[in-house]
Design a protein around this ligand. Sequence first.
Ligand SMILES: [Zn+2]
Length: 345
Amino acid sequence: MILMLAGAPAFAHTGAVPANPSPSPSASPTTQAKPVEFKLEKLSHHAYCLYGRGGNVGFLVTDAGVVVVDDQYEEVAQGIVDQIRSVTDRPIRFLVNTHYHGDHTGGNPVFIKMAEIVAHDSVRPRLLEYPETINKTFPDRKQRLQKEIDAIQDAADPYRVALEKDLGLLDFMLKSALGFDPAKAAPPIVTFDGRMSLWLGGEEVDVVHVAPGHTDGDSMVYFAKEKVLHMGDLFFNGIYPFIDTLGGGSARGYVTNIDQILTMVPPDTKVIPGHGPVTDVATLRRFRSFMYDLIGAVETAVKAGRSKPEAVRSIRMDQYPEIKPTYRTLGNEIIAIYDEVAAAR
Ligand SMILES: [Zn+2]
């Protein structure tokens, strides 16, 4: 999720995750330590997944041009174009941003020169206005969090560990927002709510927004003829997801989105997650079960009158050993869900 940047929380690689799954929730940082190593995977006759740095890129090649889903960071965007050029010389016609996070939209300034950028209605204001909100509100938020951390003596306490990770995330978002220039943001110029379709070279591309999940402007993109689905960050394969509650996200929305998309795609669909390796519908269903069960465990804790720290200290999800912590611990998930569940009561 988080790009290696001074002050960014450390990201622990897991064997299950190719390349660097680094969903940074804000504007594109400007420094990179190493050149990116791309890995291109052909998924069907005309659809590909490209792993690089940041969110996974999907693209569809048609006779009438190329549709790209997500564009990682500005620094690697030309590399993404070159990778697409290695399989086709057709023009890049559309770029879909699955949500506003900088590791999925950072390449927009490069792609805007060649493609129409499409996203849910919420993505445009998030890209243009949210950095200012972060600048105004996050310093106070950080202070409050730091106080809460300081009040817990035991450095190994899972609740304290989770709060420290949240603090690191706020810090990273603030650093990214400080350098943000709205004139260079290249936000989407075609926005929609609900659903839209792109028709290109005999292919149908469905762009679907159901409900706030990872953020308040998530899209899932389905290449219908190819039976290839890009979930954006509504699916992290093999790692705990990030529920961007400050960006309008919702844990319950994750389940709602997955349930809805599963009614639209056949069981042999190939699934590109926002982060982690390409997989199948069965693994997406398993991730949905993980979210559902975790929400259920938190609901039980809230109903039993347990506090948030108590919930973090007591809930385990050992029945899902394949879904691992990275820069997010289970505690971070529980904190986000606890607030959502408690607010709804
Ligand atoms: Zn994201």
